[in-house]
Design a binder for this molecule. Structure first.
Ligand SMILES: Cc1ncc(COP(=O)(O)O)c(C=O)c1O
Length: 385
């Protein structure tokens, strides 16, 4: 019997070690891991540089409260804010906490209450972030929800315009919806969203929790779309596996998050911060990001070449190394078959298989991934006949 709440439908893979793009389980089976701990281990498992940075910090101190001046937090904040073109950072411990803080900040800064988000979005599982999430299944049984959240179809500007009024504190979105199925925002739509925010005095919050920290071959995915958000939230990849999240905002918002207005005991913990600094120093680098772009394009081109003619494959899409393959049926069975073949991948919604490889994956690992996928898809469809 398990003493854990069964909140996760767990796989029968019990890791005992992991390095780079590979993970070995208790039965001695080694898997090619294209999940990266759901977009967290962007530098692969156990990257040496992060390990060294963390152990160095452990030798100094692990935790002090945020009442202290913490030089490393200042450094991490500067790296994050500069990369995003913004000026103010609040450190939290997770994505949901970062979004929770962003929602609080938007209401406080604007004095308005309504938050518009999008159908199929995912923003977290706390009460505010669950309310922000545009998927009913996430909210089932937890009502009543926090008020004043409304949802409109993604990439539909007319539907959004219909919901705009002078009480809109913020529009909150993922430029690529991750959990909802790897839906990429359209450039014209995203730019009109920003214009609407300006017109109505609302803030634009971009949730980069899954898309940020180099995942799409830019520090932040919004940078593909020529946007200037008021607030950006990050987590997942920021700490390379150590828990950390952050709200990044404009200078003008600082006054609304003054002493006592928000806080977190563990937010910006020095150990996580040391991992975040080392992570950003590697990833926020043009040459590194250029390689992510090349590898992402190669992966999509190989998947397209080898899989697109397969009748069950409906679409292959994504940006950088955030890729979705849409099938004409649920992918859970296929994911199990892929695990049987030594390959770990994710779903995004029912019918989309999601690949989030470490950004450090190699071309030969990409070839291996595509070969396993092709072979497994062919095998499972033959078995279904
Ligand atoms: C876009 C997005 N926002 C928020 C979250 C919530 O992050 P966390 O699980 O760290 O609370 C996630 C997690 O998958 C996410 O993908």
């Amino acid at each position: 019997m398990s003493y854990l709440f069964p909140t996760y439908a767990r796989w029968e893979v019990e890791p005992v070690s992991a390095e780079g793009t590979y993970l070995t389980d208790i039965n001695g089976i080694t898997y090619l891991d294209y999940t990266s701990g759901i977009g967290v281990c962007n530098l692969g498992h156990q990257p040496k540089v992060i390990k060294e940075a963390v152990s160095k910090q452990l030798d100094h101190f692990w935790h002090v409260s945020n009442l202290f001046t913490i030089g490393q937090q200042e450094k991490a904040a500067q790296l994050l804010a500069t990369a995003a073109g913004l000026e103010a950072v609040f450190f939290a411990n997770s994505g949901a906490e970062a979004n929770e803080a962003a929602i609080k900040l938007a209401r406080k800064a604007t004095g308005k209450t309504k938050i518009i988000t999008f159908e199929k979005s995912f923003h977290g599982r706390t009460f505010a972030t669950m309310a922000a999430t545009g998927q009913d299944k996430i909210k089932l049984g937890y009502g009543p929800m926090l008020e004043k959240f409304v949802y409109v179809p993604f990439n539909n500007i007319d539907a959004l315009k219909n919901e705009m009024d002078t009480d809109v504190a913020a529009i909150m979105l993922e430029v690529i919806q991750g959990e909802g199925g790897i839906h990429v925002g359209e450039q014209a739509f995203l730019q009109e969203v920003e214009e609407l925010c300006k017109e109505y005095g609302s803030l634009l919050i971009i949730d980069e929790i899954q898309t940020g920290i180099g995942r799409t071959a830019k520090p932040f995915a919004f940078q593909h779309f020529d946007l200037t958000p008021d607030i950006v939230t990050v987590a997942k990849g920021l700490g390379s596996g150590l828990p950390i999240g952050a709200v990044i905002g404009k200078e003008s918002l600082k006054v609304h998050f003054g002493p006592g207005s928000h806080g977190s005991t563990f937010g910006g913990n020095p150990v996580s911060i040391s991992a975040a600094i080392a992570t950003m120093e590697i990833i926020f680098n043009e040459i590194f990001l250029q390689e992510v772009l090349i590898k992402g394009e190669y992966l999509v081109s190989q998947l397209t070449k080898k899989l697109q003619n397969h009748e069950s494959v409906k679409d292959i899409r994504g940006l950088g190394l955030m890729i979705g393959i849409e099938f004409d049926q649920p992918v859970q069975g296929l994911l199990q078959e892929l695990r049987n073949e030594g390959f770990l991948a994710l779903s995004a919604g029912e019918n989309v298989l999601r690949l989030l490889p470490p950004l450090t994956t190699s071309i030969s690992e990409i070839d291996k991934c595509v070969e396993i996928m092709k072979h497994t898809i062919e095998k499972t469809s033959k078995a279904a006949v």
